[in-house]
Design a protein around this ligand. Structure first.
Ligand SMILES: [Fe+2]
Ligand SMILES: [Fe+2]
Length: 176
């Protein structure tokens, strides 16, 4: 099973985002460590944290000229939906689907952080956004048009990554 550990390569020099990402890594590790009996609860904690994590980034984007349907927010929506489907299937007794999804998330997260989240962190620094207060200190740096992409050159690559996680919701014959 793919596992994820925090490393400097995941740091994006935006403290609030980095703290949230560290918590994500910790909660995913807790899922990996969980025995079957504790797995649904550990997964639920990860889902709830991810809901807030993605919601926080979506709100930062909404405050700095991103369109609501931008590809970064759309990827958040797809991944969270898949994670919720996993919780629903686990509730019906299929715990293996959570093991598979956890492994897929460990592969997906570094790609997402180093593409979409990295581009967002760069954008937020450029416009002088203060995540703690929501104040944009350099509004003149905001683009005139709404941003529909994720703001990064790897937009399409990162969008593909959500499909990797999405496939974890499909039944699999062979599971590592
Ligand atoms: Fe993130
Ligand atoms: Fe993100």
């Amino acid at each position: 099973m793919a596992q994820l550990e925090w490393s400097d390569a995941l740091s994006l020099d935006l403290p609030l985002m980095d703290d949230t990402h560290r918590e994500f890594v910790d909660l995913l590790a807790a899922v990996d460590r969980a025995e079957d009996a504790q797995l649904p609860l550990a997964w639920q904690a990860l889902v709830e944290h991810t809901d807030q994590h993605f919601g926080q980034e979506d709100a930062w984007m909404a405050s700095t000229r991103f369109a609501s349907g931008n590809c970064h927010s759309m990827q958040h929506r797809v991944v969270l939906q898949v994670m919720r489907e996993g919780a629903a299937r686990a509730a019906q007794g299929d715990l293996q689907v959570l093991r598979v999804m956890a492994s897929e998330l460990a592969l997906w997260f570094p790609q997402h952080a180093q593409s979409m989240d990295a581009a967002l962190a760069l954008h937020l620094r450029r416009v002088g956004f203060d995540p703690a207060t929501g104040v944009v200190h350099a509004p003149q740096a905001l683009p005139g048009e709404l941003i529909h992409g994720c703001g990064g050159a790897t937009c399409s690559d990162a969008a593909d990554a959500s499909e990797d996680v999405a496939t974890a919701s499909a039944p699999r014959e062979a599971v590592a």
